[in-house]
Design a protein around this ligand. Structure first.
Ligand SMILES: *Cc1c(COP(=O)(O)O)cnc(C)c1O
Length: 216
């Protein structure tokens, strides 16, 4: 696959779902990819990238941001509170807001800076013990808590269990978002982004289908 093929497939899926062209944001997930592959996608003009580790992103993106204008970085992996400050310096959106302590830390830092990037609450739709995210039953309460802290919530994010049909998980995420008045849905990866778009995804996070298999 290539960037242009993925973009075409996204447009087809938008059209099939009766959604305006360009309404879905493609986050190119560049974690653990060889630099030459990421540079090729930057050269093609793409500017929205996803990383799942603060440290890895901090090591490689400042150089690219100096060379390419308008790069937007989305944090899609777990965030430790002791990295929150660094994450706010580096990222333009955070998709992994998943617990009260992190919400309080982000709120404090946002107050200090007078700014906060858009946030997505991660929901553990499959209630998997090893996975980050609030449980579906706790989502409404946690969203209220975040709003009480004045955090700029853009939407919800999920990573469905690998072995399951993702559609029910995408539907569940959409329902939780709708009843909480949230418009953003960060869902869909290389194997299921078209299904996610059919079910309302506003942000798809696609890595290996664009860049190829990851190293390390
Ligand atoms: C790695 C990752 C992706 C991209 O996965 P692919 O299967 O390579 O598209 C998407 N979302 C999250 C949270 C990830 O960690």
């Amino acid at each position: 696959m290539s960037l242009s093929q993925i973009t075409r497939r996204i447009h087809t899926a938008e059209e099939a779902a009766g959604r305006p062209p360009g309404s879905v944001c493609l986050i190119a997930v560049s974690k653990l990819q060889p630099p030459e592959r990421v540079e090729a996608v930057l050269e093609e003009g793409h500017r929205i990238f996803g990383e799942n580790r603060v440290q890895e992103a901090a090591g490689k993106w400042p150089d690219w941001q100096a060379r390419f204008d308008g790069v937007a970085l989305h944090l899609i992996g777990p965030l430790q509170t002791n990295k929150a400050r660094q994450a706010l310096d580096l990222f333009d959106a955070i998709h992994s807001l998943d617990r009260p302590k992190l919400a309080r830390t982000l709120a404090r830092l946002a107050q200090e800076r007078g700014a906060c990037p858009p946030l997505f609450v991660q929901v553990n739709t499959g209630a998997e013990p090893q996975k980050a995210g609030v449980l579906p039953g706790d989502a409404d309460g946690f969203i209220k808590e975040c709003r009480a802290l004045d955090l700029p919530l853009e939407g919800l994010m999920c990573i469905p269990p690998v072995e399951e049909d993702p559609a029910p998980h995408f539907r569940l995420l959409g329902e939780i978002a709708a009843r909480n008045g949230l418009s953003g849905l960060s869902m869909g990866m290389s194997d299921d982004f078209e299904t996610a778009i059919a079910l309302g995804a506003t942000h798809v996070r696609v890595g290996s289908a664009i860049f190829g298999a990851r190293g390390g």
